[in-house]
Every structure is written in structure tokens, then in C-alpha cells.
Design a protein around this ligand. Structure first.
Ligand SMILES: Cc1cc2nc3c(=O)[nH]c(=O)nc-3n(C[C@H](O)[C@H](O)[C@H](O)COP(=O)(O)OP(=O)(O)OC[C@H]3O[C@@H](n4cnc5c(N)ncnc54)[C@H](O)[C@@H]3O)c2cc1C
Length: 393
């Protein structure tokens, strides 16, 4: 079993680290100061993403993407995850559901998104519908040859940076007909209510929107009527793995900072690293990162090897749960080792500490991941998680 990265994979990883060092890291304090990425920084960041070849890293070459394997995508995402303030979102990864679009939809949305000309966001959550999307109230009704969307969406991430929204609505208000629609940002009837502040500093916003009888051409339905959950499921898999990679990148950076500081910082006549309580925290951080990273790479490798969709979905939940909870533990320890300096906003550990909290909430809370994992074990046995590829026991 050879688990080492190939030279081309290692090169992709090294390039992504350079992108973090040269492009993302210099923007961290800018975002923290402003609470978002200021307007005059948006076009240069977009240009940098295009120049570095980071548009469409999650799509196939045939669709205009980079054609990277899942492992390659994770190697890149892990390095992007070192950046605080959600700067990794500057590298937009066109919604995976677009892969299932018609040729015309791909021409209008996916192709331009992979070229860096367009950007989408995703609107599922509503005031009354979070973990349980069957409670979605946004309805889509076909009238005079076009869809009409009405409802309210919350937490729409990157709305201020997008020019189209993938909206999850129930056709005729029927929860058995969850369906996705491609809605252009400028469509009349979309009302931006507000973009509240959140715990993290994030480069873009998380908007609350109201859809008031919004007209959507009949050819902008993505997939079929009732296919909304199926398409979203694939998107959740990818998003959960991306979150895991970001968490591992953030935790690794924090652990490196804490370890270096503990070597230099002297109290009571010696470096604080010499205190076993500090050393044990560093050991726990390292072991936690090793476990999460090994699991992420293994699952990415399995996806590239073609494991079945059910197993992919099952394992993505485990990777997301493990990595996001690991990041919470690791950032907390790193901040503790830094003492008062770790509590300063100018310190990356303080920002990453706030950043990773949401990773236990979005794209399915930790409780929902546990419910998925428990359900998979009930159906298919504990081996879904404890087994190993090729094992015959
Ligand atoms: C910063 C941010 C950005 C976001 N971006 C987007 C976006 O771009 N698009 C989008 O559509 N949504 C987005 N979301 C919404 C996010 O996906 C939801 O917040 C998440 O799914 C949880 O829903 P909720 O907040 O309504 O919590 P609820 O579902 O109300 O859950 C509240 C609590 O109850 C627990 N709970 C719920 N059901 C169960 C159960 N069956 N078993 C055990 N515990 C349960 C949850 O785990 C949680 O602890 C974003 C959220 C945040 C905070």
C-alpha cells in the first residue's frame, strides 16, 4: 500500500500553499477590519483566482473545469483552509448540481462559472426550515409557461458576490416535489431584506431574501420536478469534504503557530513547551489532525477509485463530523497555548477559532451527521465505517 502523494499531487499542494501565502493571507486583516472584503479588493482577488487557474477546480474538463481528482481537490482546499475570514470562498467552486444541467444551462451557467465570469450561491434554508428541508415553504408554480417563485430564504452565503441563485423550492407547495431553480440575481421580485453579522468575519455576506412571485423561465429548472434532494445530496457530499479540508488546513496552521510559540515563550525560567500540560495539548492537536487528515485523504481516494454513491454519502458525513469537531478542539487548545495573545483579533488563531465554529453547523449540523451515520450503521452495519477497502472479513 503506497499512501504517498505523487509528484504532481505534491506540486498542486505546494502551489495552493503559495496561493495562500501570496494572495489570501495578505487579505486577512483587511477583511477583519472591514467585516467583509471591501469592494476595491474584489476584482483583484477574482483576477488572481483566474490567473492562478483556480476557477472550476471541482468540475470535469468536459464542463470547462480543471478535471482534478477528488484527492487533488482536497489537497488544494486544505491549503486554502489555512486562510481565516472565509477567504477560501474567494476561490469559487461552481455548484456541483450544475453538472446535471441541460446543455443550455451548462452553457449559460456552468461554463461561465468555470471561466470565472459568473458566480452562484445556494438558497435552501428558511426561517422555519433548517435541518429538515421538507419544511421549506418556498413554492414554485407554473403559470403562463413560466415558473413563479414565492418564499423567504435565510443565510444565503455569498449573495453579494453572486449573479445567480440556485433556489430549492417545492413545486405547487408539495414537499414531495422538492426542485431546484436557476434564478438570475437581477430578476424582479427578489428582495434583499438584510445581511446580518455573524460570529466570523467572512469575505462575503449571508443574506436574507424574499421571493415575491419571481418569474423564472421554464427552462431554468435544474433536473426534474422532485429531484431537488437528490441533486442537493451530491452537493452536500462535496461541500462536506471541502469543509473537512478547510478544517484540517485551519487546524494545522493553528497547531504550527502554537507549537512555535510554545518553544519561544518563556515563563518561570523556561519555555512553556517544557510544561507537560502544554506539551500534552500539542500532542493531542497533532494526533487529532493526523486522524482527520488520514480519513479525508482515504475517502477522497475511495471516491476517485469509484466507490458507490451510498458509501460516498455515508463516509462524507463521518469526515465532516470528525474534521469539524477536531478543528473546534484544536483551535481551542492553540488559543489557550497562546494565552492573551491568542485572544487578539490580529492573531490568526483568534480568527480561525471563530471561523471553524460554523463548520459544526452548516451543510448539516454535527447532530445531523451523527443521525446519518447512525442510520447507515443500522442499515448496513458498523463495517461501513470500521472496514477497509479490499477487506474480506
Ligand atoms: C454562516 C452560515 C452560512 C450559511 N450558508 C447557507 C447557504 O449558503 N445556503 C443555505 O441554504 N443555508 C445556509 N446556512 C444554513 C445552515 O445550513 C443551517 O443553519 C443548518 O442546516 C442548521 O439549520 P438551523 O440553523 O435552522 O438549525 P435547526 O435545524 O433548527 O437546528 C437547531 C438545533 O437542533 C438540532 N437538531 C435539528 N434536528 C435534529 C435531529 N433530527 N436530531 C438531533 N438534533 C437535531 C441541530 O443539530 C441544532 O443543534 C448557513 C448557516 C450559517 C450559520
Amino acid at each position: 500500500m503506497d499512501l504517498s502523494l505523487s509528484p504532481s499531487e505534491a506540486a498542486l499542494q505546494a502551489k495552493a500553499r503559495r496561493f495562500f501565502d501570496e494572495v489570501l493571507q495578505p487579505l486577512e486583516l483587511v477583511v477583519t477590519e472591514a467585516g467583509h472584503l471591501p469592494d476595491d479588493r474584489r476584482a483583484p482577488l477574482r483576477k488572481a483566482v483566474i490567473d492562478w487557474g483556480y476557477t472550476g477546480i471541482n468540475h470535469a474538463r468536459d464542463d470547462g473545469g480543471c478535471g482534478y481528482t477528488m484527492l487533488e481537490q482536497m489537497l488544494i482546499n486544505e491549503q486554502l483552509g489555512r486562510a481565516s475570514c472565509g477567504l477560501w470562498a474567494g476561490v469559487w467552486q461552481p455548484p456541483i448540481a450544475l453538472r446535471f444541467g441541460t446543455p443550455k444551462q451548462k452553457e449559460l451557467y456552468l461554463g461561465p462559472s468555470c471561466r470565472g465570469e459568473r458566480r452562484g450561491c445556494f438558497a435552501i434554508t428558511e426561517p422555519g426550515a433548517g435541518s429538515d428541508p421538507r419544511l421549506v415553504q418556498t413554492s414554485a408554480v407554473l403559470r403562463d409557461g413560466q415558473w413563479r417563485l414565492s418564499g423567504e430564504k435565510w443565510f444565503v452565503t455569498s449573495y453579494d458576490a453572486c449573479d445567480y441563485i440556485i433556489v430549492h423550492a417545492h413545486v405547487d407547495g408539495d414537499p414531495d416535489k422538492p426542485t431546484l431553480f436557476l434564478v438570475d440575481h437581477a430578476t424582479p421580485g427578489i428582495r434583499h431584506v438584510r445581511s446580518p453579522h455573524f460570529m466570523h468575519d467572512y469575505i462575503f455576506d449571508h443574506a436574507e431574501l424574499v421571493f415575491e412571485d419571481v418569474p423564472v423561465p421554464s427552462d431554468r429548472m435544474l433536473g426534474d420536478i422532485g429531484q431537488g434532494f437528490e441533486l442537493t445530496k451530491d452537493w452536500f457530499v462535496e461541500a462536506r469534504l471541502q469543509i473537512a479540508a478547510h478544517c484540517i488546513g485551519a487546524a494545522t496552521r493553528a497547531a504550527e503557530i502554537a507549537d512555535a510559540y510554545a518553544k519561544e515563550r518563556e515563563q518561570f525560567g523556561r519555555p512553556i513547551r517544557g510544561f507537560q500540560s502544554i506539551e500534552f495539548m500539542i500532542a493531542d492537536m497533532a494526533v487529532d489532525i493526523m486522524a482527520a487528515k488520514s480519513t479525508l485523504y482515504r475517502v477522497a481516494w475511495e471516491i476517485d477509485a469509484g466507490i458507490d454513491r451510498t458509501s460516498v454519502h455515508a463516509r462524507a458525513s463521518a469526515v465532516k463530523l470528525m474534521s469539524s469537531e477536531m478543528a473546534g478542539r484544536t483551535l481551542d487548545k492553540a488559543l489557550q497555548i497562546l494565552g492573551g495573545r491568542g485572544y487578539m483579533r490580529e492573531n490568526p488563531v483568534e480568527r480561525l477559532y471563530r471561523d471553524v465554529r460554523v463548520d459544526r453547523i452548516w451543510e448539516g449540523t454535527s447532530e445531523i451527521q451523527r443521525a446519518i451515520i447512525g442510520g447507515q450503521i443500522a442499515k448496513r452495519g458498523i463495517g461501513v465505517y470500521s472496514g477497509w477497502p479490499g477487506e474480506t472479513l
